[in-house]
Design a protein around this ligand. Structure first.
Ligand SMILES: Cc1ncc(COP(=O)(O)O)c(C=O)c1O
Length: 413
């Protein structure tokens, strides 16, 4: 039914980096000593997801049904050599990209949405709730929920809700419900709106609303990024990339990806962590979490309902500019990724919106694929890297975390 190569490339286990980190990962910390965050997580997460969040085993078996669904939504995704881009840059080396935009929902987010919805369904959950920034995570949640016969409610950051009307439509088509956040649906949303009725919203606020809503209704919460479980599920990207490179007789000198909460970059790069491969994580200059943020315990969400995590953060009340790359507006980054950046194992870059838009155009005109605004940040780093005389001859692999076909409203006439 499927090409044999597909079956050979899809891994049967997710990789969890926790046991391979240079020091033990600092655990989540209670924000309010009166309220245990573990009790909260127990209420809002499926049991299996909570177990995976705290496990220190290196591998987790992927259930057969999830493998089947991965095949259905387009995994393994292609690893493509960007020959036209190499030519136009005059690069004397090789550029490959892992095309996560080739999945059914158009980004890597479906890689964790499917198992989270699967475990929720196994535990008898009727509805899942989440937040979304750019809309990619909301789209993936809606499809994963529908494929598992459960309902979904999605709090979408208001600025994206208004900038990206097509996202609402695809979520609706997949059977999900969206609300602009801050909303009147939750106590926290009403509080934010009372202070500022025109608040553009942030991911931190939308997470608070989703968690509050799930708690109130007895539904389960789906995590889009930042948490270990998500990064473990996303390891499918890097594991496939390794196998595809092996099949092609290639090996990566440098890996490049963009960072919002850290899930696509970590999933792509962590399976290479034990090698010598150079790794570069690109954030948005407008959200300078690595250059201007602190490495500290900070809140995941703005209301402080969720526990605190040790990570690079600009503060959970940071209100980022309304950049197009909604998925890069998050104030923090995954703890394991933050630790490896602090240790110097992973380097960082920052790219302005202007540069990312230029890169989007170059990639579209050379490779024919319209990259997501988030992924365009990674491409801008790739272009700079390949123009540097010191990097000639290298093999650069980057993660094209999503396509931008539903983001075209941002292109000026
Ligand atoms: C296409 C795409 N890339 C990247 C990101 C950034 O998130 P993360 O760092 O968790 O991969 C997002 C988030 O919405 C996204 O939609």
């Amino acid at each position: 039914m499927y090409k044999i190569a597909d079956e050979e490339i899809i891994p049967r286990r997710w990789y969890n980096i926790v046991p391979d980190l240079p020091e033990p990962l600092s655990p989540p910390r209670d924000h309010d000593p009166e309220k245990s965050s573990i009790d909260l997580l127990n209420k809002i997460l499926p049991k299996e997801i909570l177990r995976q969040e705290f496990t220190s085993s290196r591998y987790e078996d992927i259930p057969d049904e999830v493998i089947e669904q991965y095949l259905q939504i387009g995994r393994p995704t292609p690893l493509v050599r960007a020959v036209n881009l190499e030519r136009i840059l005059g690069f004397r080396g090789k550029i490959f990209f892992k095309n996560e935009g080739a999945t059914a929902t158009g980004s890597h987010k479906i890689n964790t949405a499917l198992p989270q919805a699967y475990y929720a369904r196994k535990e008898g959950v009727e509805e899942v709730v989440t937040e979304t920034g750019a809309g990619q995570w909301g789209t993936a949640t809606a499809l994963a929920a529908t494929l598992n016969n459960i309902r979904s409610t999605i709090f979408m950051v208001r600025v994206s809700y208004e900038q990206k009307p097509l996202r609402k439509k695809i979520i609706k088509l997949y059977g999900g419900n969206t609300y602009a956040s801050p909303s009147n649906l939750t106590e926290y949303g009403r509080k934010v709106l009372a202070k500022d009725p025109g608040h553009p919203g942030t991911l931190g606020i939308a997470i608070s609303e989703a968690v509050q809503y799930a708690l109130e209704k007895g539904y389960k919460y789906m995590m889009g990024s930042v948490e270990n479980t998500v990064i473990t599920h996303q390891s499918i990207i890097g594991q496939e990339t390794r196998r595809q490179l092996e099949f092609m007789g290639e090996s990566a000198d440098t890996l490049i990806g963009c960072v919002g909460g850290g899930s696509n970059f970590s999933g792509f790069s962590f399976p290479f962590v034990e090698s010598e491969t150079e790794m570069i994580a690109t954030a948005a200059s407008e959200v300078p979490k690595f250059s201007k943020g602190d490495y500290k315990y900070d809140l995941i969400d703005t209301a402080g309902i969720m526990p605190e995590l040790k990570m690079f953060s600009l503060g959970s009340d940071f209100v980022p500019p309304s950049i197009y790359a909604g998925g890069l507006r998050y104030h923090g980054a995954a703890p394991a990724l933050s630790l490896l950046i602090r240790e110097g194992r992973i380097k960082t870059e920052e790219v302005t919106e202007e540069k990312s838009m230029e890169a989007m155009g170059i990639f579209a005109r050379t490779q024919g694929i319209v990259p997501a605004p988030e992924s365009s940040h990674a491409i801008a780093t790739v272009i700079d890297y390949c123009k540097n005389p010191e990097n000639q001859g290298k093999t650069v692999v980057f993660n094209l975390s999503g396509h931008g076909l539903l983001d075209l409203s941002i292109i000026r006439d």
